[in-house]
Design a binder for this molecule. Structure first.
Ligand code: PLP
Length: 405
């Protein structure tokens, strides 16, 4: 449930135990993200149940939200993480995620990042190019270690999501299609002392709803996996990426839980008989619903065309509306009385792209009111900036017992 209204006041928690969001952020003098750790746990349990009949590990994609309390929480739930930078690996280790539960993805791994990853003895590096594989082999040799790697396939499927978050189509910079395989085979043969191919990986994009496209991508990945296996590579892992979406325009989460269950069934079905550890890397589906961004109305400004509610938070704290045109629900912390009005919810940044929602119908807002932007737990704080030299928002994680961290 995470965030819901009771008596016209926004609460965090569930029907059994909840607190008002106002009691968490009301005294703060700056915008804040509030996260519900219990909601994240529910989703982890659902995903673990969905994969229960397979040997599997969930590698939470921490790019979605790398808050330390959330990392500790998912780690305690048994998950590992998928990282995309040396910075994320360092954050994960600092939060107590064991190195052997860390995967390192990303297209531009630097020498230093690979060196740190290998020194920390992380579980797997997901390789994005032959040059990267050669670099990994060279560094592994320098360090005298063997690097466990997976090759990221670009399966050339169209997941029908926003072009900026499509990653498995032939035009994208991510992964490698079959034309790369001869060169990869050559490097593997030459560097067999220093790199060990554990399996294949793919990730076709974010905000996905069409499981048939994910299945198609997995099937294409398995086809390449099988070829390498037949050549004698002892592959024991298959990483099916992440990407499951949430419907930002509705508070109805039942469809997401159903999708998680179907995703698990599909993955188990398609990999039946493979005898691999099944890895997945979802981010958004775990944390998007579990977070809101709360800002305070500084001014109400009405023009002949629009009524603006101008907040102390905006695109610098939550860039998704400006970057992807995404539509987040707006939840005033206290629902006002009186006839509803249409507002543009905007921020302090000196750009007209600085909006959080446009043309939303809300009960009347006034100066000083607190307003939550819903479903901001994924790709919110992690994409925040200090543009215009504003402060970053606070982050507060809560659980059912009211404990805050
Ligand atoms: N894995 C990789 C390699 C990614 O780039 C991403 C993000 O796009 C994810 C996993 C997580 O995606 P999502 O948050 O949509 O589940």
């Amino acid at each position: 449930m995470a965030f819901f209204y009771s008596d016209g006041t926004l609460h965090v928690g569930d029907a059994r135990a909840s607190v008002t969001v106002d009691s968490i952020v009301g005294a703060l003098d700056r915008p804040a993200y509030v996260y519900d750790l219990d909601d994240i746990a529910l989703r982890f349990h659902a995903m673990n149940n969905a994969f229960a009949s397979a040997r599997h590990t969930i590698h939470y994609a921490m790019k979605a939200n790398s808050n330390a309390a959330i990392l500790r929480h998912v780690c305690a739930l048994g998950a590992g993480v998928d990282t995309v930078s040396g910075g994320e690996i360092a954050r994960a280790l600092a939060a107590g995620v064991p190195a052997d539960r860390i995967i390192f993805s990303g297209v531009a791994k630097t020498h230093q990042e690979i060196q740190r990853a290998l020194t920390a003895r992380i579980k797997q590096i997901n390789v994005e190019s032959p040059q990267e594989l050669q670099r990994i082999a060279d560094i592994a040799q320098d360090l005298g270690v063997v690097a466990d790697v997976a090759f990221r396939l670009n399966p050339n499927v169209n997941p029908k999501t926003h072009p900026y978050i499509t990653t498995g189509f032939r035009d994208n910079k991510f992964g490698m299609d079959e034309s790369f395989m001869p060169e990869l085979r050559g490097i593997l043969a030459r560097e067999s002392k220093w790199v060990r191919l554990r399996g294949f990986t793919m990730h076709i994009g974010s905000l996905l709803f069409d499981l048939a496209v994910i299945r198609e991508a997995i099937e294409k990945t398995i086809a390449v996996h099988d070829t390498f296996k037949a050549e004698g590579h002892a592959l024991d892992r298959l990483d099916i990426g992440g990407g499951l979406g949430i419907a930002y325009d509705t508070a109805d989460t039942a469809r997401e839980f159903e999708m998680i269950a179907q995703y698990g069934r599909m993955a188990i079905d398609v990999t039946r008989g493979m005898n691999v550890e099944l890895l997945c890397e979802p981010g958004r589906i775990f944390v998007a619903r579990a977070g809101v961004l709360v800002g305070r109305v500084q001014y109400i400004k009405a023009t002949a065309q629009k009524t603006f509610a101008i907040l102390d938070t905006g695109m610098h704290h939550l860039v998704r509306p400006a970057l992807y045109g995404s539509k987040h629900r707006i939840l005033p912390l206290r629902q006002g009385t009186g006839d509803s009005m249409v507002y543009d919810i905007v921020g302090p940044i000196c750009e007209s792209s600085d909006f959080l929602a446009k043309d939303v119908l809300l009960s009347p807002l006034k100066q000083g009111d607190l307003v939550a932007i819903a479903d901001a737990g994924a790709y919110g704080f992690t994409m925040a900036s200090q543009y215009n030299s504003h402060e970053l928002p606070a982050e507060i994680a809560v659980n059912a017992s009211g404990h805050q961290s």
